[in-house]
Write a protein that binds this ligand. Structure first.
Ligand SMILES: Nc1ncnc2c1ncn2[C@@H]1O[C@H](COP(=O)(O)OP(=O)(O)O)[C@@H](O)[C@H]1O
Ligand SMILES: [Mg+2]
Length: 425
């Protein structure tokens, strides 16, 4: 399977002049068109803003820089592991520090290659090895021709060691969302590369995880060969979020964002845990809602609508890669939760009953109870469901009880977006 994006090459629609495509005419002079965003890229989550916009992470930046600092003099950097909840600036700080290290090293005459891998997208050993190898190769220092498909991770590693040996003194690889990897052997390969004599080049790994429990799941062998320094990023408080958001205000034209909008986004994002990503997404979406309704003022109402949207979106992100079967299970659990007046969880068999009804309604395949149990446990690992063991009353053994972490409204809206569940709505 190839991960390369495919072309819409068999697209046949023809207009005399594609600029006239009525779906996409863009009328600069339309008097009703609202001017909302001046620099929308400032509200893109993956955007790495300049230092002046990074607020309240000086200590973390300094500490991680210290781990990479040796490479500026041509010495081996330390491996780093960053843990913390979503939206605490882990990806941002990892990229920011790595890029600054690369520049500082380069100006010292040390060549440093850097790669950023989103392991949620590239979640197998082969995909990671391919991404790392191809992107280091592309920077033009080697003229290898590395196939996109048809070879396995072993061959990609061979290319990788060759590139590392010929083109760089140091390489820093950021493995973001590392807990999404379906196999931690890649960490092993990378951390062993040097001691096993495969690569001459210094290799630093910055692994980033949203789950603190990830450390306990790591294989001992991996841990001992990674020998990484660990950092935990704490959630932001409402004041920090407000500062972060103030520094993005110029994403909008003057006067578009009223005074209470920024504190409101910050407060909404601080409710669950201090999540800067959520704050930024809410603000961007609020702007889009204003734009769509042709007004050039972002109001409190836009922000509140955007918040609900952000929660659904976040939930879908958690479910990314889950099957429709998982959605049937979550749907069933959401219905049970809605009907119940207590906060208790539900046993697997209770959920299974409802799941059977659901799947029968839409004539979908019905999985076994054991399989449903396994899928629930998987969802607990992903943080969608919380599973706790009951004490086990008289005459009863203890068993697992599952409950949804998110609001049922959000869960239902989100799973019902799946076309196979639409009929249930
Ligand atoms: N300290 C900060 N200063 C400015 N922007 C931040 C800060 N922390 C996070 N952000 C912004 O919030 C969003 C989420 O941050 P990110 O680094 O992706 O979080 P994480 O990787 O921990 O989930 C990004 O758009 C990022 O630019
Ligand atoms: Mg991240």
């Amino acid at each position: 399977m190839s991960d390369e994006p495919s072309q819409l090459s068999d697209f046949n629609e023809r207009f005399e002049d594609p600029a006239e495509d009525p779906l996409f005419v863009f009328d600069e002079d339309d008097p009703n068109r609202a001017d909302v965003f001046a620099r929308k890229e400032l509200l893109k989550v993956g955007h790495v803003p300049e230092s002046a916009r990074i607020v309240g992470r000086d200590d973390e930046i300094e500490a991680i820089a210290a781990e990479l600092r040796p490479l500026v003099r041509g010495d081996p950097p330390n491996n780093v592991m960053i843990y913390g909840k979503t939206g605490t600036g882990k990806s941002l700080v990892a990229r920011h520090v790595t890029e600054r290290a690369r520049r500082a090293a380069e100006s010292n005459g040390v060549s440093v290659g850097t790669v950023y891998v989103d392991c949620a997208q590239y979640n197998t050993q082969t995909r990671v090895a391919r991404t790392v190898t191809r992107s280091l190769n592309e920077s033009g220092r080697t003229d290898l021709n590395i196939p996109r498909a048809g070879i396995g991770s072993g061959e990609y590693y061979d290319y990788l060691w060759e590139i590392l040996n010929t083109a760089y003194e140091s390489v820093v690889i950021i493995l973001d969302e590392v807990d999404r990897l379906n196999d931690d052997d890649i960490l092993m390969q990378l951390s062993r590369a040097r001691e096993s004599g495969k690569a001459d080049c210094h290799l630093g790994v910055i692994a980033v995880s949203n789950k603190i429990e990830y450390r306990d799941q790591l294989n001992e062998r991996v841990k001992s060969s990674l020998r990484e320094e660990e950092f935990v990023f704490q959630p932001y408080d409402a004041n920090q979020l407000r500062d972060i958001m103030k520094h993005r205000r110029d994403a909008f034209y003057d006067g578009v964002v009223s005074d209470d909008v920024i504190p409101l986004t910050a407060a909404l994002a601080a409710q669950e845990h201090g999540d800067a990503r959520k704050a930024i997404e809410i603000l961007r979406h609020a702007g889009e809602l204003a734009e769509r309704s042709n007004t050039d003022v972002v109001t409190e109402e836009h922000v509140r609508d955007a918040q609900e949207w952000a929660e659904i979106d976040r939930f879908e992100e958690l479910l990314r890669g889950s099957t429709t079967q998982v959605k049937f299970i979550l749907y069933s659990l959401a219905l049970l939760t809605d009907e119940s007046s207590s906060d208790d969880g539900f046993s697997t068999s209770k959920i299974y009953e409802r799941y059977q009804e659901t799947t029968q309604k839409v004539e979908a395949k019905v999985l076994s109870e054991h399989r449903v149990y396994e899928l629930l446990k998987e969802q607990a690992f992903l943080g969608v469901v919380e599973s706790t063991r009951t004490g086990g009353g008289r005459g009863e053994g203890s068993y697992l009880e599952h409950r949804l972490v998110q609001d049922t409204g959000i869960v239902l809206k989100s799973v019902l977006r799946d076309s196979r569940l639409k009929d249930l709505a």
